[in-house]
Write a protein that binds this ligand. Structure first.
Ligand code: 5RP
Length: 264
């Protein structure tokens, strides 16, 4: 790997090889998501516990204080919305030149595999990788499922991750699922877990994050289950404990409960 590419990857994936990305990109297709109405207010207390921030150029420029930021994974796909008919028909919204000007450490693009637009999505990924290789910018592929949450099984997600890696993504973000090791084992590049909509209990989050890590994920890109929680800092600290310290779900839950009440 070229020095620049390797250096940028090391900015977002620390030396232990594990990572916690903080995604605040949701507004690019769903508008002012709950608790993300003011992105900086949400993000600032979480920054000390985040390795990188996943964000669009608009929110980056308008809301993130440059001197206080963490490394940026710039979302560069979009162009559709949750109220339109063709959510999967995303294009590339931001050039590699602009990503470099914004000092992005990596760029991220969604691919909706199995949708009517999979060919366009995948060729966009491929073009982005070609640009990234030219300038030394790693590409994170996001295996998006849109509204079809039932697609989240190891066979489908494994197929998505493998295709993204074959096209040159340096890292793949996907959803956790049962038998997650099958997803990881079939993917020759590191796999990161997204969170999805907020679940009922914190323990469910700790359980799937722990299971995914044990089965080979290198980390998380997990947003709503952190910043929509009633105690976001306690939540991110607990998840960080699993990701970077190898903590169990039970230990993370204990840390969450005590951090929430101000004991730790
Ligand atoms: C939105 C994204 C998010 O970055 C990703 O889904 C992670 O956030 P969450 O944990 O809230 O699902 O790609 O399109």
């Amino acid at each position: 790997m070229d020095w620049g590419m390797e250096n940028r990857l090391a900015q977002v994936i620390p030396s232990d090889g594990r990572c916690l990305f903080m995604p605040i990109d949701h507004g690019y297709f769903q508008g002012p998501t709950r608790n993300l109405e003011n992105p900086w207010n949400t993000l600032e207390p979480l920054l000390p516990y985040s390795d990188a921030v996943f964000v669009t150029r608009g929110v980056l420029r308008s809301c993130i204080v440059p001197a206080k930021s963490k490394p940026i994974v710039l979302r560069v796909s979009g162009g559709t919305s949750m109220v339109g008919d063709n959510l999967a028909n995303e294009g590339i919204t931001t050039s590699m030149e602009e990503a470099i000007r914004l000092n992005a450490s990596a760029v991220g693009i969604s691919v909706f595999i199995g949708s009517d637009y999979e060919k366009e999505n995948l060729l966009n990924l491929s073009s982005l990788v070609s640009e990234g290789e030219r300038y030394g910018i790693p590409v994170m592929a996001v295996t998006a499922v849109g509204r079809e949450l039932e697609k989240r099984d190891a066979r489908y997600l494994g197929l998505c991750c493998r295709i993204a890696a074959e096209l040159g993504a340096k890292v793949v973000k996907t959803y956790w699922c049962e038998e997650f090791d099958k997803v990881v084992d079939g993917c020759p590049v590191p796999v990161i877990m997204a969170g999805g909509p907020q679940v009922d209990t914190e323990r469910e989050v700790f359980d799937f994050v722990h299971d995914g890590m044990v089965r080979g994920a290198i980390g998380v890109n997990l947003g709503r289950n952190i910043w929509q929680n009633e105690a976001p800092v306690a939540m991110i600290r607990a998840i960080r404990y699993i990701v970077h310290e190898g903590g169990t779900a039970e230990e993370a839950d204990e840390l969450y409960q005590s951090a929430k009440t101000g004991v730790r």
